[in-house]
Design a protein around this ligand. Sequence first.
Ligand code: RP5
Length: 162
Amino acid sequence: MKSKKQNSKVAIIMGSQSDYSIMKDCEKILKTLKIKYKVLIVSAHRTPKRMFDFAGAAEKNGFGVIIAGAGGAAHLAGMVASLTSLPVLGVPMETKKLKGLDSLLSMAQMPKGVAVGCLAIDGAFNAGILAASIIGNFDEKIKTNLEKWRRTQSQSIKKKPK
Ligand code: RP5
């Protein structure tokens, strides 16, 4: 893969302020792995122009991966994926009425032709890990950071339960 250092940044976008308490998990792991990121509220239905502008300029603005958190009829990840060829990872938010099954199916069931990598409900932390794997393909430093973090995780798992 061609090395594009300037595209090592991750965009964390979310449909609402109310998603942020979960999406912070993503920030945590990106910080640990020393990946640069930007956090924005971008709503597919409340701020469609912002979404178009963001997605259209994302590559030019140095992003290599977009992580999109949304809940309910969660079309943000799919819409953004339709506007850029960057990888888009969707984080379905847990919802009050349907416990996030609505968000999960909205993101996971993308019709053929435009892809969203859908994480678990509230899976913001893993979205960050997956973003690191993608960026690690062309940024050796991030790959090393991720491998080190995974080794530490393995070492922290006790052999026997207490
Ligand atoms: C979606 O609707 C957001 O992503 C959020 O998960 C959900 C509820 O938004 P608020 O009504 O809390 O702003 O657009």
